[in-house]
Design a protein around this ligand. Sequence first.
Ligand code: AKG
Ligand code: MN
Length: 219
Amino acid sequence: MPAFHQCALDFPGDPNVSQQISLDDADLFLFSHAFDTHEAGEFLTYCLSALTWKQDFIRIAGKRVPLPRLQNWYGDPGARYGYSGLALDPSPWTSELLAAKERVEYLTGQTFNSLLANHYRGGADSVGWHSDDEKELGDNPVIASVSLGATRIFELKHRTDRRQKVLRIPLTHGSLLLMAGKTQQYWQHQLPKDHAITAPRVNLTFRTVTVAMDTSKQS
Ligand SMILES: O=C(O)CCC(=O)C(=O)O
Ligand SMILES: [Mn+2]
C-alpha cells in the first residue's frame, strides 16, 4: 500500500473526502473539496493579486517561445527545479501558500518542499503533454495539484499502452488531485486549450525536490 494511505486521519479511505480514480499503472486520488467554495474563492483572489507571476520562455527549434501561461516556483531555500532548459530558483513561501501546503499535507499525509504555481489567464492558456519526471523529483514522485477558478479538463494518456483510453478529469474550484506511485513513469498529462473558457484558473502543484538539479543539461 502506498505511503500516502497512512495519513493520520485515513482520509484517502473516506469516500466523503477523496475518491480513488482507478487507472492501470497509476495511483490517483481526487479530493473534490480540499478547499470549500468560500476558501477557494478567497485563495484564488489572493493568488491572482498577490503572487508574482512570470512570463517564462523556452527554446523550440532555436526560437524563443513564450510559455502559454504565467508561472512561478516557490519553495524552501535551495529547492531548485528545471525543465525544458528553464532553471527555476525558488521564491520564498508566503504565509498563505504555507497555510495551503499545510492543508494539502494534512489531507494527503505527505510532505512537500516546493510548489510550481501556474496561472492560466483564460482558455487560450494551456500546458502540453508531459510527465513530472524530472530527475530532481526522484523516483515515483508524489504531486499534489490544487485547482482554483475555472474548471478545466486535465487529460492523462498512457505513454506506451495504446489500449488505454485518454482519461479526462474536470478539475474544479477547490479540488486537489494527488498523483503518486508510477503515474509519472507510465502516464503523461496535459491541460488543453479550451476557447469556450474566459475565466482564469490557478493551479498549484506541490512537489518534493529530492536531489540537486543537474545544471549540465541547461542551455
Ligand atoms: O494546471 C494543471 O492542472 C497541470 C499543471 C502541470 O501539469 C504542471 O505544472 O506540471
Ligand atoms: Mn505536470
